[in-house]
Design a protein around this ligand. Structure first.
Ligand SMILES: [Zn+2]
Length: 188
């Protein structure tokens, strides 16, 4: 057993109070299942993404002791890589999934799973990490990266789970923009 073989369901459920074992399992399964719909006639590199997302008005702290735990129901959204004959126009599975959640009014992301056909699993590209930074609720959000082994052997053996903050340390986000800070102050 290596550190990459930690049980992804346990890591996901420990990362956020709104994630139970069944929703964690559903997230992982959804990423694998979505991959079958990847549109990748040029690269033949299939990617499926799944995310658990909450509505825009979900508070920063969920399940805290004060004043009382907030119950939220996270929804599952999926995405695939969508390529284009004009190659740079294509979009990654992660950004496809995030855009779908935002469009549905669920822009606060609490967990991410990505499935590819390679071992070790692929990790989200740099552009997607920055895109995610806008919507993940914090650095502790788990990113489960699933390789071929996740399907051929077991999800535990074929999945690497990292915290978002590990994938994009010292990141730049909305609160770093002076204009956003100013407007927040005006709103006080
Ligand atoms: Zn990407």
């Amino acid at each position: 057993m290596t550190s990459s073989a930690s049980d992804p369901v346990s890591l996901l459920t420990a990362s956020h109070s709104a994630i139970d074992a069944s929703s964690a399992q559903a997230l992982l399964n959804a990423a694998i299942e979505a991959k079958s719909r990847a549109y990748c006639p040029y690269s033949r590199f299939r990617v499926g993404a799944a995310i658990l997302a909450c509505p825009a008005n979900t508070p920063e702290v969920i399940g805290g002791a004060s004043p009382k735990p907030v119950v939220v129901e996270a929804k599952l959204f999926t995405g695939v890589n969508v390529e284009n004959a004009s190659y740079p126009v294509g979009v990654c599975a992660e950004r496809c999934a995030f855009g779908t959640a935002v469009a549905a009014g669920y822009p606060r992301i609490i967990a991410i799973a990505v499935s590819t056909d390679i071992n070790p699993p692929a990790s989200p590209c740099g552009m997607c990490r920055q895109f995610m930074r806008e919507f993940v609720i914090g650095e502790d959000v788990c990113v489960a990266m699933m390789g071929r082994k996740a399907e051929e052997t077991s999800i535990t053996e074929g999945t690497i789970v990292k915290r978002f903050g590990e994938l994009l340390p010292m990141s730049f986000g909305p609160e770093d923009l002076p204009s956003v800070k100013d407007s927040a102050l005006v709103g006080e």
